[in-house]
Design a protein around this ligand. Structure first.
Ligand SMILES: [Zn+2]
Length: 386
């Protein structure tokens, strides 16, 4: 069905031969650095091409887990549409939104959680563990609830209250970490090393990237079987942007598109490790990643290598935005389109406004809106009411 391929050494593995990272490359991995040996799934692209039918497009052809293992959790197929009012406001003539706030748990992360839980069903694993700034955990808790699986979460105690509440109401077991997301990431890997369970940490489990590719496949279909020209994506750990790249890569490998869209990496100026890596070629941690955009606040992004490659291979670039610009963009997006995005997602509009000289105003440009503003109303209240 597919083979895993190491993004660093290129070695290939059979599907059940490896679980997380390339065994060779991950030997030199130490907690506190970007992951080494992240795996990607390589499919039989000729087979997919021979089966793909535009009259009745079946995106499950691109799935790394068979449909019979899917949990009953209905996500994705989110709206993709032009916003004339946002075009008028920004001066871009062909501006589209992909609205992933409408997933069941309110964020893009449902795409990855769904596929990892499908994998847990396939291999008969009952317990799924993750570290998260909030969205991945609330999403995993939701999908586990739908499948009758146990979700075990490591989240910073500073995560927004709504996200912590979501985890609880879905029935997850939550360990509140007195520390950052990076601390939670380390703890969760130690936990599964010692106690078992399936670890859903982003990029650590290769199917998180596969799950996150599905918005690219959907946009291709929703856009009348054409890729857009550019997609602006909020970047924390670098897995969503790697996933979107992978979706368009799969389409290109099947001969269904000729060109991968320019992928624009949007980060908070305080949480800028990947942007800095893209621009300088030299990796260093974000010294102090504190930002109002909690979902993209990361000191050491797990998927830094793959994210950098995705942006460069697509001909894209990186842009960073301040907290003030993010909150202004949240208000503008909401008041212009009716879409209330969380700060990390509003960052893409702020990034667009800062990229006016780099992006052609006539091209089809997509803002990927990955999470609902209702998950962190405190941030909005603080901005609006001072
Ligand atoms: Zn390797």
């Amino acid at each position: 069905m597919f083979r895993y391929k190491c993004t660093q050494c290129g070695k290939e593995y059979k599907r059940d031969e490896v679980k997380y990272l390339c065994p060779d490359c991950s030997k030199s991995y130490e907690p506190g650095m970007p992951l080494k040996g992240v795996l990607t799934a390589e499919f039989d692209y000729d087979l997919i091409k021979s089966k793909f039918n535009r009259e009745n497009p079946d995106l499950n052809l691109f799935s790394a887990v068979e449909k019979k293992f899917y949990p009953g959790f209905f996500h994705g197929n989110t709206p993709f549409h032009k916003s004339e009012r946002l075009c008028g406001f920004t001066g871009f003539e062909n501006l589209y939104l992909k609205n992933d706030t409408l997933n069941p748990s309110g964020s893009y992360k449902d795409r990855a959680s769904f596929l990892v839980v499908a994998e847990a069903i396939r291999i008969g694993e009952e317990k799924i563990v993750t570290a998260s700034t909030g969205n991945a955990a609330s999403s995993l808790a939701a999908v586990c609830a739908s499948a009758g699986k146990k979700a075990l979460i490591f989240a910073p105690e500073s995560a927004p209250a709504a996200k912590l509440l979501q985890m609880q109401v879905y029935g997850a077991e939550v360990f509140k970490v007195k520390g950052t997301y990076d601390d939670a990431f380390k703890l969760s890997i130690e936990y599964t090393n010692d106690n078992g369970g399936l670890n859903r940490n982003t990029a650590y489990h290769p199917l998180t990237i596969e799950g996150k590719k599905t918005s690219a496949l959907e946009m291709f279909v929703q856009n009348n079987f054409k890729p857009p020209d550019a997609v602006l994506i909020p970047v924390g750990d670098g897995v969503i942007i790697s996933g979107v790249y992978k979706g368009f890569y799969d389409l290109k490998m099947c001969g269904l598109i000729e060109k991968i869209p320019e992928l624009i990496c949007v980060q908070s100026e305080n949480s800028n490790a990947i942007s800095n890596f893209i621009e300088t070629g030299v990796y260093s941690d974000a010294a102090n990643p504190a930002t109002v955009a909690d979902s993209i606040s990361v000191k050491t992004p797990s998927n830094a290598y793959m994210a950098r490659n995705a942006v460069i291979a697509s001909g894209g670039f990186a842009v960073t935005v301040s907290d003030k610009e993010i909150m202004e963009a949240q208000k503008t997006l909401a008041a212009t389109t009716g879409m209330y995005a969380e700060p990390s997602s509003a960052a893409v509009l702020a990034g667009l406004l800062k990229s006016k000289t780099k992006l052609d105003k006539k091209k089809q440009i997509v803002l990927l809106i990955t999470g609902s503003g209702l998950k962190d109303t405190a941030a909005t209240a603080k901005y609006l009411n001072g």
